[in-house]
Write a protein that binds this ligand. Sequence first.
Ligand code: C5P
Length: 212
Amino acid sequence: MIIAIDGPAASGKGTIAKYVAQVYGLHHLDTGLLYRAVGKAMLDAGHLLDDTARAIEAAIALDPKQFDENALKLQSVTEAASVVAAIPEVRQALMSYQRQFAMKTPGAVLDGRDIGTVIAPGADVKLFVVATPEVRAKRRVLELKARGEEADEKEVLADLLRRDERDSRRTAAPLKAAPDAHLLDTTHLGIDAAFRAAVAIIEAARTGRKRR
Ligand code: C5P
């Protein structure tokens, strides 16, 4: 079983994806880490983020086994990730890893921006997770503070909106719901309620499939 979970930053998709993977005993890939790793490699090497050739090289050279998730989640890497993610060849270079991951047995949950549209268009279940920007900013601030980072809510909100805009407007695999994705709005849901809602959607989709 392949489950695709897409949505904007801090919508809850990553937390939901981890939980769903645990419930169903599936592998989980946070695909944002791949773009973050390319962005971080560019920053570490002192390359300009619009140096397309270097970004492609960095994407080809990635080794996800070496990822330091804490370092990749730093706010300083976030913006860089969204800039390099708009480069079509960077996306292309990261595609086969994601597709192979999706094919692992007994199945996988992938979360990102283009899983249901590009990486796994044939996924068994697709969720598109959303929440208002204000609620997402509040969640991101809590998350950053828990990691020991300074976080100003207004700045975080501005960053989220800038990223939403860039991720949605780019021509290569923009952030958007697949036509057959189930929308899950977590604005008014706590974590447990969001988990229950996600599992209810997945169960309904699986039962519907079996009946057909
Ligand atoms: O999910 P996360 O916020 O960690 O992703 C960081 C950035 O990576 C996003 O803003 C987006 O530009 C990019 N990304 C993407 N496609 C994915 C996952 C992440 O373009 N599937």
